[in-house]
Design a binder for this molecule. Structure first.
Ligand code: MG
Length: 369
């Protein structure tokens, strides 16, 4: 079961509409798909995305990291000795978390296939389905209300609203209008993507509380590196505060948890460097009584399928923000996860559950070399 080849392919998918957050506006999603094969004939798949404002990675850096740094240390190694593989990956390259995630997904895919199990079962098999939220991207209040209404009409009962781009009054108007439109039964979670200063965040979130807007949680209200500021917001508001951009590694998780800087953690494989580290972060969070959400970047169904296997396998992952494939215009019909409205099911099959022949076609069809 030694690794024989590690290849990368750049694919590009169009978004149904431009995606606006406090950090950036995105029109297309570029991904680097990893195909790993073993001498015994198994094929594993993974994905990395150049979310440079978050991870610092670009298409060029990811390809270089995988092809020139990670592939040489992985080729010839046995997939069964995963701790050896992942130690080599960590030691050979600092940072580059999504490049590492892509390789980690492929290794997990292959190992689960070798074990004759879907990955979700190999990881813990807690649940066989997930319910995802759906994102309302930042925009004019009218647009956001319309989008929120469209989402709930399609059966989504949890909306994630991107905010943090406007001033205090604008934010208030937006969220009030959305709550009024969707009614009291829809769960609203907000993502400020580092858009506020700590005191500003406290003021705005308290205002939402006073307005009775019943916000489930607010994600990353302040700058990623301002853990003290994040803790201030967590201490001085009633609403649950979730760390996202502040959390990459297990070391970040330890600091956040020791400081009690957030009530919840958002684990994304592209930040943790894959499933191997994500499991450790989740276990550590669980020991502090802190629940996790599984999220993703703007990814295709390849990366999101890996995130879904991780998320559904663990009881402490209690929230799912894996709607990225629903925001893409193209069709992904290669196995993995299947969306039925807001419910995500697994198509079946071993490992991540991809059909390798169809994956090869898909990679060709969406190639962006
Ligand atoms: Mg976020």
């Amino acid at each position: 079961m030694n690794i024989r080849t590690v290849e990368t392919f750049v694919v590009q998918s169009k978004l149904k509409k431009p995606f606006v957050t406090a950090l950036r506006t995105v029109f297309n999603v570029q991904s680097i798909i990893v195909k790993m094969t073993t001498e015994s004939g198994l094929t594993g798949w993974g994905e990395a995305v150049p979310a440079h404002v978050i991870t610092g990675e670009t298409v060029g850096s990811i390809r270089y990291a995988i092809e020139r740094v990670l592939a040489p240390v992985l080729i010839g190694e046995g997939v069964a000795r995963r701790e050896v593989l992942f130690e080599k990956v960590q030691r050979s390259l600092l940072g580059n978390s999504s490049a590492k995630a892509a390789v980690d997904m492929a290794v997990h895919d292959i190992f689960a296939q070798h074990c004759g199990l879907p990955l979700i079962q190999m990881l813990g098999g807690y649940s066989d389905r997930l319910t995802t939220d759906l994102t309302v991207s930042a925009g004019a209040p009218k647009e956001m209300v319309k989008e929120a209404a469209e989402h709930t009409a399609k059966g989504f009962s949890v909306l994630k609203i991107k905010i943090g781009t406007g001033n205090f009054q604008e934010e208030r108007v937006r969220i009030r209008a959305i709550r009024q439109e969707v009614g009291p039964d829809i769960v609203l979670r907000l993502d400020a993507n580092q858009g506020w200063k700590p005191k500003e965040a406290i003021r705005i979130i308290r205002q939402f509380e006073d307005d009775g807007l019943d916000i489930e949680l607010v994600e990353q209200p302040v700058a990623a590196n301002d853990l003290e500021g994040l803790r201030e917001v967590t201490r001085h508001t009633q609403t649950l505060i979730m760390a996202d951009e502040s959390l990459f590694s297990i070391g970040d998780a330890r600091r956040l948890l020791e400081m009690r800087a957030a009530d919840l953690l958002n684990i994304k494989l592209m930040k943790s460097g894959g499933i191997h580290e994500a499991l450790k972060i989740n276990a550590m969070a669980q020991s502090y009584g802190v629940e996790c959400m599984a999220g993703s970047m703007m990814e295709t169904a390849v990366g999101v399928t890996a995130a879904a296997h991780f998320a559904a396998s663990q009881p402490n992952v209690t929230r799912t923000d894996l709607d990225a494939p629903l925001l893409l215009a193209g069709v992904f019909d290669c196995g993995g996860i299947v969306y039925k409205g807001s419910v995500m099911e697994f198509a079946g099959g071993l490992g991540l559950g991809f059909d390798s022949e169809r994956m090869k076609q898909w990679v060709k069809e969406y190639a962006n070399e």
